[in-house]
Design a binder for this molecule. Structure first.
Ligand code: FNR
Length: 385
């Protein structure tokens, strides 16, 4: 049917763009400032060549691995993203169900629109909760306890948001909380009746995991966003990571690490891995592309810890490149969100199927039968053009 006419992630992006009101599409698609980092996250992959072996028996490809100590059918996971109900009514549950079908770990955001307990009930696969250390450490400790009780397997601590990035598309579109309805955005909302008013209200109120805190404040749902914004803590240091690692005691990745030094700090502070990430180009514009940091970070950490390359992956071949540079696996945000917006659970399924097929085909064409056999010689950096 319709989704089968999406032959790659770029096609799903175009379908999402047609389906969503412009302000919502731009919220997914956009990045900070001049979007230099957003663009480079993707283009950086094209500066690596895959160097194939030939006449290798590639009749069977072995792709299973582990991330956050959990099994993954191939080296991919779904990064945490907020506010999924704005993109499709089935929200996080649709994404998690598709992830389960593909045998991939799923990351739920603190700012998701599904309660972590509800997600855990509906999703049997490996689940990671994306946590923040809030000014109110009690709120963070409460999340740790809830994640343990609900059976989450790992935590990803996001550390690249001491303040919100400057997303100018959102400012132009009036995508704020509450949304400012400019003439342009109103027309765009009106032209997309398939996208419903409940979705708009999700944008305003529905941070399901923290709303109980704000209900207690009793001054109305509008203050929720302010409450969360006010909870980001610019005083955080590695000492706070030590505290969280001890409090949690399980697999913990620091999401937003970009340098070998910080990767070492993360492990010293008790993390079991790092997610190399610039938040999909949504925070510090000018930051390097994650793929360019994989080799130095793996070299700094040695073989043990998870090194996950997060951001810019749009083809299965990108994952092969990341593995060749030393990554444990990759994680994706927009690729599955475009699928979600284009067609709900089936759209996420399509995104994951496309990437999987591309990954397998790339392995076969590169003459690599087992992800454990990918070698540095399979990849070569070419000069910046
Ligand atoms: C995100 N990301 C994100 N990260 C996080 O730690 N907490 C969050 O709530 C969100 N929310 C969010 C919303 C949307 C719409 C996007 C696109 C991204 C960042 C996400 O986890 C991941 O780092 C990037 O999406 C990876 O880049 P790609 O795959 O989108 O290129």
């Amino acid at each position: 049917k319709r989704l089968e006419r999406a032959y790659n992630i770029a096609d799903l992006r175009l379908m999402a763009r047609r389906r969503l009101p412009r302000p919502i599409f731009d919220y997914i698609d956009g990045g900070a400032d001049d979007e230099v980092t957003l663009a480079r996250n993707m283009s950086a992959f094209s500066r690596y060549e895959l160097v194939p072996d030939v006449l290798v028996d590639v009749s069977r490809i072995r792709t299973e691995t582990r991330m956050f100590g959990q099994p993954a059918a191939w080296p991919l996971m779904l990064s945490p993203t907020g506010l999924n109900r704005m993109f499709h009514g089935d929200a996080e549950l649709a994404v998690a169900r598709a992830a389960a079908r593909h045998g991939l770990p799923y990351g739920l955001s603190t700012l998701g629109t599904t309660r972590l307990e509800d997600l855990a009930k509906a999703f049997g696969g490996p689940k990671i909760f994306q946590i923040y250390i809030f000014k109110d450490r009690g709120l963070t400790a409460e999340f740790v306890a809830r994640c343990k009780a609900a059976g989450f397997h790992g935590l990803a601590l996001t550390v690249d948001t001491p303040v919100a990035g400057n997303r100018e598309r959102d400012r132009v579109n009036g995508l704020a909380v509450p949304p400012r309805l400019t003439l342009r955005s109103m027309l765009s909302y009106a032209r997309h009746p398939g996208w419903s008013i409940p979705a708009l209200s999700a944008a305003r109120f529905d941070f399901a995991n923290v709303s109980h805190r704000v209900d207690a404040l009793a001054d109305g749902p509008m203050s929720l966003f302010d409450y969360i914004g006010g909870q980001f803590d610019r005083t955080l240091t590695w000492r706070d990571v030590e505290w969280l690692a001890a409090e949690w005691g399980g697999p913990l990745s620091i999401k937003g690490v970009m340098t070998p030094q910080d990767a070492k700090h993360a492990i010293a502070a008790g993390a079991t891995g790092v997610m190399i990430s610039n938040h999909g180009g949504r925070q510090l514009d000018g930051a390097p592309a994650p793929i360019d940091q994989v080799a130095p970070i793996r070299e700094a950490l040695g073989d043990g810890p998870d090194v996950i390359c997060d951001g810019g992956i749009r083809r299965g071949s990108d994952v092969v490149k990341a593995l060749a540079l030393g990554a444990t696996g990759c994680s994706i945000g927009r690729p599955y969100l475009f699928g979600l917006a284009a067609g709900g659970e089936a759209g996420v399924d399509r995104a994951l199927t496309l990437l999987r097929e591309e990954f397998d085909r790339t392995m076969v064409l590169a003459g690599i039968a087992d992800i454990g056999e990918i070698q540095p010689r399979h990849i070569r950096g070419i000069s910046r053009g």
